[in-house]
Design a protein around this ligand. Sequence first.
Ligand code: SAM
Length: 289
Amino acid sequence: MSGLTTIEEQAWCAWYAAEAYSGAGVIVEWGPWLGSLTRSYCRGLRQNQHITTGEPIAFLYDLFKWQDWCENEARGTEHEGRLAIGESFEPYFREINEDLLDLLHIRTADLSNCEWPGRPIELIINDAIKSLPIAGNTFKRFLPHLLPGKGLIAHQDFLWPTEAFLVVLMFLARESFYFEFSVPDSCMVVFRCKKRFAPEEIWFPGQFHEIPEVLFDEAFDWAFSILPPRCHAVAKLGKAVNMHRAGLLDQAREFVNRENLASSIGDGLYDFQLDVLRKWGYGELLEKR
Ligand SMILES: C[S@@+](CC[C@H](N)C(=O)[O-])C[C@H]1O[C@@H](n2cnc3c(N)ncnc32)[C@H](O)[C@@H]1O
Protein backbone atom coordinates (compact mmCIF):
# COMPACT_ATOMS: atom_id res chain seq x y z
CA MET A 1 0.00 0.00 0.00
CA SER A 2 1.78 3.23 -1.08
CA GLY A 3 1.77 5.96 1.50
CA LEU A 4 3.79 7.91 3.97
CA THR A 5 2.99 5.79 6.99
CA THR A 6 4.54 2.72 8.56
CA ILE A 7 3.17 -0.82 8.61
CA GLU A 8 2.83 -0.49 12.41
CA GLU A 9 0.68 2.67 12.08
CA GLN A 10 -1.47 0.96 9.44
CA ALA A 11 -1.83 -2.08 11.70
CA TRP A 12 -2.92 0.05 14.68
CA CYS A 13 -5.60 1.78 12.52
CA ALA A 14 -6.89 -1.58 11.23
CA TRP A 15 -6.94 -3.07 14.75
CA TYR A 16 -8.70 -0.03 16.22
CA ALA A 17 -11.43 0.00 13.57
CA ALA A 18 -12.07 -3.74 13.84
CA GLU A 19 -11.85 -4.19 17.61
CA ALA A 20 -12.20 -0.89 19.48
CA TYR A 21 -14.40 1.42 17.40
CA SER A 22 -17.93 1.41 18.89
CA GLY A 23 -19.85 3.59 16.43
CA ALA A 24 -20.81 6.14 19.12
CA GLY A 25 -19.05 8.84 17.09
CA VAL A 26 -17.56 9.22 13.63
CA ILE A 27 -13.95 8.92 12.46
CA VAL A 28 -12.25 12.07 11.17
CA GLU A 29 -9.05 11.92 9.16
CA TRP A 30 -6.96 15.02 8.49
CA GLY A 31 -4.57 14.65 5.54
CA PRO A 32 -5.24 11.17 4.07
CA TRP A 33 -3.10 11.91 0.95
CA LEU A 34 -3.56 8.69 -1.12
CA GLY A 35 -5.14 6.79 1.74
CA SER A 36 -2.68 4.37 3.34
CA LEU A 37 -4.30 4.87 6.77
CA THR A 38 -7.78 5.24 5.23
CA ARG A 39 -7.47 1.80 3.62
CA SER A 40 -6.21 0.35 6.91
CA TYR A 41 -9.08 1.50 9.11
CA CYS A 42 -11.64 0.74 6.39
CA ARG A 43 -10.32 -2.83 6.31
CA GLY A 44 -10.98 -2.94 10.08
CA LEU A 45 -14.42 -1.33 9.76
CA ARG A 46 -15.49 -4.07 7.33
CA GLN A 47 -14.79 -6.61 10.11
CA ASN A 48 -16.42 -4.61 12.92
CA GLN A 49 -19.57 -6.36 14.18
CA HIS A 50 -21.04 -3.16 15.67
CA ILE A 51 -21.38 -1.34 12.37
CA THR A 52 -24.83 -1.57 10.96
CA THR A 53 -25.22 1.85 9.34
CA GLY A 54 -25.08 2.21 5.60
CA GLU A 55 -23.94 5.84 5.97
CA PRO A 56 -20.37 7.13 5.71
CA ILE A 57 -18.48 6.71 8.98
CA ALA A 58 -15.19 8.43 8.16
CA PHE A 59 -14.90 12.11 7.28
CA LEU A 60 -11.77 12.99 5.31
CA TYR A 61 -10.28 16.46 4.95
CA ASP A 62 -7.42 17.29 2.61
CA LEU A 63 -6.30 20.07 0.27
CA PHE A 64 -6.05 17.30 -2.37
CA LYS A 65 -3.62 19.49 -4.30
CA TRP A 66 -0.80 17.58 -6.04
CA GLN A 67 2.50 19.27 -5.25
CA ASP A 68 6.19 18.72 -6.04
CA TRP A 69 6.70 16.74 -2.84
CA CYS A 70 3.80 14.44 -3.83
CA GLU A 71 5.43 13.64 -7.17
CA ASN A 72 8.77 13.02 -5.39
CA GLU A 73 7.10 10.64 -2.96
CA ALA A 74 5.23 8.92 -5.81
CA ARG A 75 8.41 8.26 -7.81
CA GLY A 76 8.82 4.56 -8.56
CA THR A 77 5.23 3.74 -7.56
CA GLU A 78 2.07 3.22 -9.61
CA HIS A 79 1.17 6.89 -8.87
CA GLU A 80 4.20 8.39 -10.63
CA GLY A 81 3.29 10.71 -13.51
CA ARG A 82 -0.47 10.31 -13.04
CA LEU A 83 -1.14 13.88 -11.88
CA ALA A 84 0.06 17.35 -12.83
CA ILE A 85 1.52 19.69 -10.23
CA GLY A 86 -1.31 21.90 -8.94
CA GLU A 87 -4.04 19.46 -10.01
CA SER A 88 -6.69 18.26 -7.55
CA PHE A 89 -6.10 14.63 -6.64
CA GLU A 90 -9.53 14.17 -5.06
CA PRO A 91 -10.88 12.41 -8.22
CA TYR A 92 -7.77 10.19 -8.27
CA PHE A 93 -8.22 9.44 -4.54
CA ARG A 94 -11.81 8.38 -5.26
CA GLU A 95 -10.68 6.23 -8.18
CA ILE A 96 -8.00 4.30 -6.28
CA ASN A 97 -10.20 3.92 -3.20
CA GLU A 98 -13.41 3.17 -5.08
CA ASP A 99 -14.11 0.04 -3.02
CA LEU A 100 -14.30 2.15 0.17
CA LEU A 101 -16.48 5.04 -0.96
CA ASP A 102 -19.59 3.83 0.91
CA LEU A 103 -17.66 4.36 4.20
CA LEU A 104 -16.20 7.75 3.32
CA HIS A 105 -17.27 11.37 3.22
CA ILE A 106 -14.47 13.12 1.31
CA ARG A 107 -14.02 16.86 1.46
CA THR A 108 -11.50 19.13 -0.23
CA ALA A 109 -10.81 21.76 2.40
CA ASP A 110 -8.10 23.85 4.00
CA LEU A 111 -7.85 22.73 7.61
CA SER A 112 -6.50 26.12 8.65
CA ASN A 113 -9.95 27.63 8.18
CA CYS A 114 -12.64 24.99 7.70
CA GLU A 115 -15.51 24.18 10.08
CA TRP A 116 -16.76 20.91 11.57
CA PRO A 117 -20.58 20.46 11.50
CA GLY A 118 -20.54 19.28 15.12
CA ARG A 119 -21.20 15.51 15.10
CA PRO A 120 -19.61 13.57 17.99
CA ILE A 121 -16.17 12.20 17.06
CA GLU A 122 -14.73 8.89 18.26
CA LEU A 123 -11.35 9.00 16.48
CA ILE A 124 -9.31 11.73 14.84
CA ILE A 125 -6.31 10.70 12.76
CA ASN A 126 -4.07 13.69 12.28
CA ASP A 127 -1.49 13.71 9.51
CA ALA A 128 -2.05 17.31 8.41
CA ILE A 129 -1.10 19.62 11.28
CA LYS A 130 2.08 20.88 9.65
CA SER A 131 1.76 24.48 10.91
CA LEU A 132 0.43 26.43 13.90
CA PRO A 133 -2.51 27.98 11.95
CA ILE A 134 -3.72 24.47 11.01
CA ALA A 135 -3.26 23.40 14.65
CA GLY A 136 -5.15 26.46 15.95
CA ASN A 137 -8.17 25.91 13.71
CA THR A 138 -8.41 22.13 14.03
CA PHE A 139 -7.99 22.14 17.82
CA LYS A 140 -10.65 24.86 18.14
CA ARG A 141 -13.22 23.46 15.68
CA PHE A 142 -12.91 19.68 16.00
CA LEU A 143 -11.42 18.71 19.36
CA PRO A 144 -14.39 19.93 21.47
CA HIS A 145 -16.48 17.25 19.69
CA LEU A 146 -14.33 14.29 20.76
CA LEU A 147 -16.36 12.02 23.04
CA PRO A 148 -15.05 12.17 26.61
CA GLY A 149 -13.94 8.71 27.75
CA LYS A 150 -14.12 7.19 24.24
CA GLY A 151 -12.64 9.76 21.88
CA LEU A 152 -9.08 9.28 20.66
CA ILE A 153 -6.72 11.50 18.72
CA ALA A 154 -3.86 9.77 16.91
CA HIS A 155 -1.11 12.21 15.95
CA GLN A 156 0.82 10.50 13.17
CA ASP A 157 3.69 13.01 13.48
CA PHE A 158 3.91 13.45 17.24
CA LEU A 159 7.51 12.16 17.24
CA TRP A 160 8.53 13.54 13.85
CA PRO A 161 11.02 16.28 14.83
CA THR A 162 9.76 19.17 12.68
CA GLU A 163 6.17 18.54 13.82
CA ALA A 164 7.00 17.96 17.50
CA PHE A 165 5.40 21.34 18.32
CA LEU A 166 2.43 18.99 18.80
CA VAL A 167 4.08 18.12 22.13
CA VAL A 168 3.67 21.76 23.23
CA LEU A 169 0.03 21.86 22.05
CA MET A 170 -0.94 18.60 23.79
CA PHE A 171 0.84 19.80 26.93
CA LEU A 172 -1.33 22.94 26.85
CA ALA A 173 -4.42 20.72 26.34
CA ARG A 174 -3.35 18.11 28.94
CA GLU A 175 -6.30 18.71 31.30
CA SER A 176 -8.53 17.15 28.61
CA PHE A 177 -6.34 14.29 27.36
CA TYR A 178 -4.20 11.50 28.65
CA PHE A 179 -1.58 9.42 26.93
CA GLU A 180 -3.00 6.18 25.50
CA PHE A 181 -0.41 4.51 23.28
CA SER A 182 2.74 5.05 21.28
CA VAL A 183 2.93 2.95 18.12
CA PRO A 184 6.28 1.07 18.13
CA ASP A 185 8.97 2.04 15.57
CA SER A 186 6.81 4.97 14.44
CA CYS A 187 6.05 8.59 15.20
CA MET A 188 2.36 8.02 15.95
CA VAL A 189 1.17 8.74 19.49
CA VAL A 190 -2.45 8.33 20.58
CA PHE A 191 -4.25 10.34 23.29
CA ARG A 192 -7.65 9.70 24.91
CA CYS A 193 -10.08 12.52 25.64
CA LYS A 194 -10.83 12.50 29.38
CA LYS A 195 -13.04 15.58 29.53
CA ARG A 196 -14.49 17.93 26.93
CA PHE A 197 -11.75 20.08 25.42
CA ALA A 198 -12.59 23.78 25.89
CA PRO A 199 -10.34 25.81 23.58
CA GLU A 200 -11.57 29.11 24.98
CA GLU A 201 -9.86 28.26 28.29
CA ILE A 202 -6.44 27.71 26.72
CA TRP A 203 -3.80 29.96 25.21
CA PHE A 204 -2.34 28.62 21.97
CA PRO A 205 0.69 30.09 20.20
CA GLY A 206 -0.14 31.61 16.80
CA GLN A 207 3.53 31.70 15.75
CA PHE A 208 6.66 29.85 16.78
CA HIS A 209 8.42 32.85 18.28
CA GLU A 210 5.55 33.18 20.81
CA ILE A 211 6.64 29.91 22.46
CA PRO A 212 9.02 30.76 25.34
CA GLU A 213 11.92 28.52 26.35
CA VAL A 214 10.27 27.67 29.67
CA LEU A 215 7.22 26.29 27.84
CA PHE A 216 9.45 24.00 25.73
CA ASP A 217 11.09 22.78 28.96
CA GLU A 218 7.78 22.13 30.73
CA ALA A 219 6.11 20.53 27.70
CA PHE A 220 8.97 18.15 26.91
CA ASP A 221 9.47 17.22 30.59
CA TRP A 222 5.78 16.27 30.56
CA ALA A 223 6.32 14.28 27.34
CA PHE A 224 9.27 12.39 28.86
CA SER A 225 7.07 11.55 31.87
CA ILE A 226 4.28 10.02 29.73
CA LEU A 227 6.14 8.47 26.77
CA PRO A 228 7.90 5.10 27.00
CA PRO A 229 11.72 5.40 27.28
CA ARG A 230 12.16 4.07 23.69
CA CYS A 231 10.64 7.40 22.47
CA HIS A 232 12.82 9.77 24.49
CA ALA A 233 15.73 10.20 22.08
CA VAL A 234 13.49 11.16 19.13
CA ALA A 235 11.46 13.47 21.41
CA LYS A 236 14.70 15.24 22.34
CA LEU A 237 15.48 15.79 18.66
CA GLY A 238 11.98 17.30 18.36
CA LYS A 239 12.65 19.65 21.24
CA ALA A 240 15.90 20.88 19.69
CA VAL A 241 14.37 21.41 16.23
CA ASN A 242 11.33 23.26 17.56
CA MET A 243 13.38 25.54 19.83
CA HIS A 244 15.39 26.29 16.70
CA ARG A 245 12.16 27.02 14.78
CA ALA A 246 11.15 29.40 17.60
CA GLY A 247 14.37 31.37 17.17
CA LEU A 248 15.97 30.00 20.36
CA LEU A 249 19.12 29.13 18.42
CA ASP A 250 21.72 29.15 21.21
CA GLN A 251 19.44 27.23 23.55
CA ALA A 252 18.72 24.64 20.82
CA ARG A 253 22.45 24.17 20.09
CA GLU A 254 23.26 23.97 23.80
CA PHE A 255 20.56 21.29 24.21
CA VAL A 256 21.95 19.30 21.24
CA ASN A 257 25.44 19.38 22.81
CA ARG A 258 24.30 18.60 26.36
CA GLU A 259 22.20 15.66 25.22
CA ASN A 260 24.72 14.52 22.59
CA LEU A 261 22.00 14.49 19.91
CA ALA A 262 24.28 14.92 16.87
CA SER A 263 25.54 11.32 16.79
CA SER A 264 23.81 8.23 15.47
CA ILE A 265 22.75 5.90 18.27
CA GLY A 266 22.07 2.66 16.37
CA ASP A 267 18.28 3.13 16.61
CA GLY A 268 16.65 2.92 13.16
CA LEU A 269 14.07 5.68 13.68
CA TYR A 270 16.47 8.10 15.40
CA ASP A 271 19.29 7.66 12.90
CA PHE A 272 16.85 8.05 9.99
CA GLN A 273 15.48 11.29 11.47
CA LEU A 274 19.00 12.64 12.00
CA ASP A 275 19.81 11.92 8.38
CA VAL A 276 16.61 13.58 7.08
CA LEU A 277 17.06 16.64 9.33
CA ARG A 278 20.56 17.21 7.95
CA LYS A 279 19.13 17.09 4.40
CA TRP A 280 16.35 19.49 5.42
CA GLY A 281 18.74 22.25 6.51
CA TYR A 282 19.33 21.45 10.18
CA GLY A 283 22.98 20.43 9.56
CA GLU A 284 24.37 23.40 11.45
CA LEU A 285 22.18 22.69 14.50
CA LEU A 286 23.18 19.03 14.40
CA GLU A 287 26.90 19.57 13.83
CA LYS A 288 29.14 17.50 16.10
CA ARG A 289 31.09 19.85 18.37
C1 SAM B 1 2.16 13.64 4.88
S1 SAM B 1 0.71 13.70 3.97
C2 SAM B 1 -0.29 12.48 4.72
C3 SAM B 1 0.09 11.06 4.39
C4 SAM B 1 -1.02 10.07 4.63
N1 SAM B 1 -1.43 10.01 6.03
C5 SAM B 1 -0.75 8.68 4.14
O1 SAM B 1 -1.43 7.78 4.62
O2 SAM B 1 0.13 8.49 3.28
C6 SAM B 1 -0.02 15.18 4.50
C7 SAM B 1 -1.36 15.49 3.89
O3 SAM B 1 -1.87 16.67 4.53
C8 SAM B 1 -2.50 17.47 3.55
N2 SAM B 1 -2.54 18.87 4.01
C9 SAM B 1 -1.48 19.67 4.23
N3 SAM B 1 -1.89 20.90 4.61
C10 SAM B 1 -3.24 20.87 4.63
C11 SAM B 1 -4.26 21.82 4.93
N4 SAM B 1 -3.95 23.07 5.26
N5 SAM B 1 -5.54 21.43 4.85
C12 SAM B 1 -5.87 20.15 4.47
N6 SAM B 1 -4.94 19.20 4.19
C13 SAM B 1 -3.65 19.55 4.26
C14 SAM B 1 -1.66 17.25 2.29
O4 SAM B 1 -2.38 17.57 1.12
C15 SAM B 1 -1.32 15.77 2.40
O5 SAM B 1 -2.26 14.97 1.72
